[in-house]
Design a binder for this molecule. Structure first.
Ligand code: AMP
Length: 411
């Protein structure tokens, strides 16, 4: 599964002109403090950081951190290796482990894998174009479809520019002032410290109040509105469906305009909507890390969660199928096949019987559509009492004594 996911990512991303970048697993703590933001949960609570001793007495050493995400590393490499000087749009993807101090649970790990990408460059390379946002989103839709992820949902929003956001935050503060007293503790605190995060609240009793708060869409300047309209129009043209989610925002100042998240419904055992990946447009990150202006857009897919989803969906699909399809080899085996089906059905299994006149290939095709396994019933099998069972999901063929068949088909 891991290999298939990564091979699909490499294959799809290559068709969109992305090249792979591999950045170090650890970097200076300062890079993440600046690039991810000192006030974020990631930097304030979740990083694995240590003081590295110097190589000589005169060398004080430095603080290092296991990377909690990969955007800061990619932008650092972009600056350090002069990619900016090429003047070209850079399309870079990465696949690798990330580290966050979390309470480990299903779908949340201290070491987890992300597949991500960044599209960035000087503005004259077209890096700030709405076309790039739509291209990245369309690529992600193609990637999920090629993997066979079912039921994904793309939530989309625009968080405007760094000038729009303070106006919106002020409006939020004002609207929260009279109602926050009756909201949950977290909301009360966030209403003071970071009103945007009130929008993340999941407490059922607060939802109606949050939905009634001002929407960022009403605070976008004309250029941001136009950018968002272009992204949506391009997605419409490509037939990529999305839902505008006014509550999808990001707190950091360098996030601008398009913000998005792909989720899948439950069934994956991770709650009602499982966040597979998130991303957004940024402007100012490169400057914050000491580089030239380089607007861009990026995303990070949680590979562990994507695999949990694929496994859960494969299991669900298998559950919809019959337990077995019996394929008699030749019309002379039909009666025996029906008798075997009777036995298995009485044992509580769901079974379909093929037809002895079918060629083996036709039986295989019919069985693959209808059932998880096919039982081949030929002259030898009837004589020996040992049946051949083909398992479609595992791609294996095994010999099973008739007395153990019902048990084997139940697994
Ligand atoms: P973020 O970098 O926080 O925007 O996360 C991007 C994606 O990475 C999320 O949508 C998750 O699928 C995944 N992710 C984040 N943190 C973890 C974790 N601790 N364990 C597993 N997956 C994670």
């Amino acid at each position: 599964m891991w290999n298939r996911v990564e091979a699909t990512a490499r294959g799809v991303f290559a068709r969109y002109g992305f090249g792979e970048i591999r950045t170090p697993i650890f970097e200076t703590t300062e890079l993440f403090a600046r690039g991810v933001g000192e006030e974020t949960d990631i930097v304030s609570k979740e990083m694995y950081t240590w003081e590295d001793r110097g190589r000589a007495e005169s060398d004080k050493g430095q603080s290092l951190t296991l990377r909690p995400e990969n955007t800061a590393g990619v932008v650092r490499a972009y600056i350090e290796h002069g990619l900016a000087d090429t003047g070209m749009l850079q399309k870079l993807f990465y696949i690798g482990p990330q580290f966050r101090r979390e309470r480990p649970q299903r779908g949340r790990y201290r070491q987890f894998w992300q597949i991500g990408a960044e599209v960035l460059g000087p503005a004259w390379s077209g890096s700030d174009s709405a076309l790039r946002d739509a291209e990245v989103l369309e690529m992600l839709a193609t990637f999920l479809d090629e993997l066979g992820v079912k039921g994904w949902r793309l939530a989309l929003n625009s968080v405007g520019s760094s000038e729009d956001r303070p106006r919106y935050v002020a409006a939020l503060r004002e609207a929260l002032a009279p109602v926050k007293g009756s909201m949950c503790e977290n909301c009360q605190r966030r209403a003071e410290t970071n009103p945007l995060r009130v929008l993340d609240c999941k407490e059922p009793q607060d939802q109606a109040r949050i939905d009634a708060l001002p929407k960022i869409a009403d605070y976008l300047d004309e250029a941001s509105q136009e950018h968002f309209a272009q992204v949506k129009a391009a997605l419409d043209a490509c037939g990529v469906s999305y839902v505008v989610e006014p509550r999808l925002v990001r707190g950091l100042d360098y996030y601008t305009r398009t913000t998005f998240e792909f989720t899948v419904p439950d069934g994956s055992g991770l709650g009602t909507q499982n966040a597979l990946l998130g991303g957004g447009r940024y402007d100012g990150l490169s400057e914050m890390l000491g580089g030239p202006k380089a607007p861009g857009i990026g995303f990070a897919i949680g590979e562990d969660r994507l695999i949990l989803t694929l496994q859960a969906q494969a299991k669900e699909a298998a559950e919809d199928k019959l337990d077995a399809f019996i394929a008699p080899m030749g019309v002379a085996r039909n009666a025996e096949a029906l008798k075997l089906a009777q036995e298995l059905r009485r044992a509580g299994l769901s079974v379909e019987v093929g037809e002895g006149a079918f060629r083996l290939k036709k039986s295989f095709e019919a069985a693959d559509k209808l059932a998880r396994r096919m039982v081949i019933l030929g002259e030898d099998e009837v004589a020996s009492g040992i049946l051949t069972v083909k398992d479609f999901a595992a791609g294996e063929q095994t010999k099973v004594p008739r007395s153990e068949l019902a048990e084997a088909l139940r697994r």
